[in-house]
Design a protein around this ligand. Structure first.
Ligand code: PBG
Length: 332
């Protein structure tokens, strides 16, 4: 819908509705609420550990006891969902990635604990082999190649173990072809009809993931890059094809990733498909804002302003490392 063309001055004085905060709020077109946010957290072994991540000021790797404490606080502040990312011990990173579908791996233990103690908080997982792979890739590596179909079989095993543990939302982030369909079919067959899939559908081969790879301990290990499976940042139509394909294969929700440099994709996805659409404000975006806030170069207001941008671009929700801080800021 085109905006109403403005009447000539002084019939139209657009400042009339900007005069007081009550008037501004009355005509606000978009809003962020804590319930729109999914909080990505890094977990690790140990007890009472909150280990800072150098490139992500304010973000820590949490041992499971601290995860419970911080998740409870976030939930009390209104954050409705949490997404788990494991920091895997070096000896569990192997070529066959078997730890990925171990029912007792760190992620699966965390899911069980969260669902037992905070049943109302939605738990999302990440499905990809990179935290378990000796070479940091999301799929199996044979020679120079990241192999597709054998990786998909492993992702299915990983998904089933996460369903058994009680995951509410599966987040395949690997960008192999056919993974959504394969996961959807297996999950249905195993009796987990209720489990939702939030597909990392339009996931670009981005340099903004750098701090995340530090956080999960994959940066030093990654051999080469991920350009043969993640989407070229130059491509908008290809991203839309990915979304269409994942929806056909059984995704309930789709994600655009990274977020801020890709708001055009968010808007296009929402307009084209009208499905629940999420953006991931990734580690590098967080690092830019949090680093500048820490130095006093930017005020903390950029946090909510950036989240509002996602809503304006058509997103229903956002994965953001700011989730707990944003929820608190929204409370007043
Ligand atoms: C791994 C995965 C990545 C992120 C989420 N899942 C990194 C990558 O693809 O290399 C990045 C998230 C972030 O940067 O915050 N499959």
């Amino acid at each position: 819908m085109p905006p109403h063309s403005p009447a000539p001055f002084p019939a139209a004085r657009l400042r009339r509705l900007r005069r007081t905060s009550a008037l501004r709020d009355l005509v606000a077109e978009n809003a962020v609420s804590a319930a729109d946010l999914i909080w990505p957290v890094f977990i690790r072994e140990g007890e009472s550990v909150e280990e800072p991540i150098g490139s992500m000021p304010g973000v820590n790797r949490l041992s499971l006891d601290m995860l419970m404490r911080r998740a409870t606080e976030a939930h009390e502040a209104g954050v409705g969902a949490i997404c788990l990312f494991p920091y895997t011990a070096a000896e569990l990173r192997t070529e066959d990635c078997a730890e990925a579908w171990n029912p007792e791996n760190l992620t699966n233990r965390a899911i069980r604990m969260l669902k037992a103690e905070l049943p109302d908080m939605a738990v999302m997982t990440d499905i990809a082999l990179d935290p378990y792979n000796i070479n940091g890739h999301d799929g199996f590596v044979e020679g120079e190649e990241i192999v597709n179909d054998r990786t998909v079989e492993a992702l299915v095993r990983m998904a089933l173990a996460q369903c058994e543990a009680g995951a509410d939302i599966l987040g395949p982030s690997d960008m192999m072809d056919g993974r959504i369909g394969a996961i959807r079919r297996s999950v249905e067959k195993a009796g987990f009809q209720h489990v939702a899939i939030l597909s990392y559908a339009a996931k670009f081969a981005s340099a903004f993931y750098g701090p995340f790879r530090d956080a999960v301990g994959a940066s030093g290990r990654l051999v080469g890059d991920k350009k043969t499976y993640q989407v070229n940042p130059a491509n908008r139509l290809e991203a839309l094809r990915c979304v269409a394909r994942d929806l056909d294969e059984g995704a309930d929700m789709v994600m655009v990733k990274p977020g801020l440099p890709y708001l055009d994709i968010c808007r296009a996805v929402k307009d084209e498909f009208g499905v629940p659409t999420f953006a991931y404000q990734v580690s590098g975006e967080y690092a830019m804002l949090a680093g500048a806030i820490e130095r006093g170069w930017l005020s903390e207001a950029v946090m909510l302003e950036s989240l509002l941008g996602f809503k304006r671009a058509g997103c229903d929700g956002v994965l953001t490392y700011f989730a707990p801080a944003a929820a608190k800021a929204l409370r007043g």
